[in-house]
Design a protein around this ligand. Sequence first.
Ligand code: UT7
Length: 316
Amino acid sequence: MSSPAIGILGTGAYSPAKVLTNHELARMVETTDEWIVSRTGIRERRIAGKTETTSSMAAAAARAALADAGVTPEQVDLIILATLTPDQPMPATACLVQHLLGVPPRAACFDLNAACSGFLYALDTAWAMLASGRYRHALVIGAEKLSTIVDWTDRSTCVLFGDGAGAAVLGPTRGTAQILGARLYAEGAHAGLLCVPRGPKPFIQMKGREVFKNAVREMEDAVRDILEQHGLAASQIACVIPHQANLRIIEALGKYLGLPPERFAVSLDRHGNTSAASIPLALDEARRSGRVRAGDLTLLVAFGAGLTYGSALVRW
Ligand code: UT7
């Protein structure tokens, strides 16, 4: 029996209402709007309110994705939530999202942590489970409340991150929005470059320059691998949806691949780095703004703590 074709039937996103601008940050730590914009491309980020949680943001993004796909909660039999900021260590936040959405008990629900590559790890996992024929409709969600693990006195990290959620509904397709390939990687030797240690200060710690260099190299490798696997040239990709960490990383990737900046979807100027939420947020924005059109080849590419990285190819 050949595997059924699996596609992205719909996407959705959720961003908290509260905006934190660079100018406001400049009143909190020693930094300037000019430094943040020129080094990262970030102008503002969204910060979750007290009552907003990873599960509530995930559920809001998932509802939008279900509406976009025309799929009901009753039809969902798999929820994979990529996050490094679950509501609690247990139960899995995916189970809380299941309850919020009214997805029936016969669904499998679990969280997955691959940091900023989480959405692609979840996408590939869901794709494999759906392709097995044993599940039919999956919610793949990236959601983060990073504001709870940011050290707001550390200017080298606090200017980078934001909160939010993005989601995709995966299911059988007759050819549109088909997932053609995905490939995941990890380099545990570099685990110490980006981490949240246990102890009295459980905040994001990062060796920024090293992460930057590895990020560009890893994303370029991931893109070249998947293009080679599918016999494609970079020029055939209509739109790249990269992890949204730093505009200079995206620009460097474009330079190495020989792709102009217009081929890259960018949302970090308004959201900052939302880790596992960044790719589905950017993807939803790209689809809704008409940036991704029927028949287009789209390449999703991520890197993050682990160091994890990966890519996926979708024909719309
Ligand atoms: O999802 C994965 C998450 N991580 C990333 O993607 C991060 C990858 N790395 C980066 O994006 C960049 O390395 C940063 C944006 C974090 C930093 O940019 P950089 O160009 O690598 O700067 P740097 O760390 O080498 O710091 C340059 C200077 C330093 O001052 P000195 O030592 O040259 O006097 C820093 O202290 O900039 C200073 N600096 C700041 N100045 C103003 C660091 N943060 C700030 C700040 N405002 N917010």
